[in-house]
Ligand binder design. Structure first.
Ligand SMILES: [Mg+2]
Length: 286
């Protein structure tokens, strides 16, 4: 950007923005290369729970050089939050293995409802009645109730949709009468905070780029970043009229991002708070 000395930091979503499933979005490799040449700090921010190393390996496999340090995933955001707010907590996570592995490095995992301090809902392809009952009993006892993300479904290769964390949240809310306290992944401010900390730039010097208006763009607007929606994934242009927030820019895909950053002045960050998704994704009151 012509008016800045330091190139703005770029927070890049992955699925739907850089790749779709296992296929690179056309032009994504060249776009990331150009952003790196122009010295934009980059952090890849995803609600997926696979490890940093797996995400970096996937990018490298698609010929996009990336370091695990550049990846911020929902597992990292969750462990960051728990370490700060409930250090030493005993956790029960309904989740696929990557999140359990990430949590077990810093927290004790338990299936005993009497000792569970925090229940985490995530995507779990082996979710069953036994796990539901453990979480139900822990929630009845007053355990914290968090989720990595609240997506109802997740797209997989071939365009098929599979149930995601939203299904687990619904099951737990349905039996316990409890309401989910917080989603730690996008659009949470917490996810923005961890990404900004990793990047080392303030929100006002960052641009978030993603395909989902309800997660990427809402998080960016909440955090005071400039926002770019790409139409290569979840959100279609026709849906924008009904969206609760609007991006600063809309691009067909990430391929046009370097030109946008070269040619456009980043607009001032938004100052108005946004009322939608009042509880999910918000940080709890101080
Ligand atoms: Mg996405």
């Amino acid at each position: 950007m012509k008016h800045r000395k330091q190139a703005p930091g770029i927070i890049l979503d992955l699925d739907g923005t850089v790749y779709r499933g296992d296929t690179l979005i056309p032009g994504a490799r060249e776009a990331v290369e150009r952003l790196r040449r122009q010295a934009h700090p980059i952090v890849f921010l995803t609600n997926a729970i696979e490890s940093h190393v797996e995400h970096a390996d996937k990018l490298i496999g698609l010929d996009i050089p990336a370091s695990p340090d550049e990846i911020v995933n929902a597992s990292l955001v969750l462990t960051h939050y728990l370490s700060r707010e409930v250090p030493g907590a005993t956790v029960f996570a309904i989740s696929d293995p990557p999140l359990l592995e990430a949590l077990s490095a810093d927290f004790r995992l338990s299936e005993d409802p009497d000792e569970i301090d925090v229940v985490v809902a995530s995507c779990d392809r082996t979710f069953d009645y036994r796990k539901l009952n453990i979480a139900f009993k822990a929630l009845q006892r007053g355990a914290r109730f968090l989720a990595t993300n609240a997506d109802a479904t997740a797209p997989v290769a071939g365009g098929e949709l599979l149930p995601d964390a939203g299904a687990v949240i619904g099951a737990l809310e349905g039996c316990s009468g409890r309401k989910l306290e917080m989603v730690v992944g996008k659009p949470s401010l917490l996810a923005a905070e961890v990404a900004l900390e990793r990047m080392g730039q303030p929100a006002s010097e960052c641009v978030v780029v993603g395909d989902n208006v309800e997660s990427d763009i809402l998080m960016g607007r909440r955090a005071g970043m400039s926002t770019v929606l790409v139409l290569s994934g979840v959100t279609q242009r026709a849906e924008l009229d009904q969206a609760c927030v609007q991006p600063d820019y809309v691009l067909e895909s990430i391929a046009s991002l370097p030109d946008l950053l070269d040619n456009e002045r980043t607009p001032p960050p938004p100052t108005e708070p946004f009322a939608c998704q009042e509880t999910v994704g918000e940080l709890p009151p101080e």
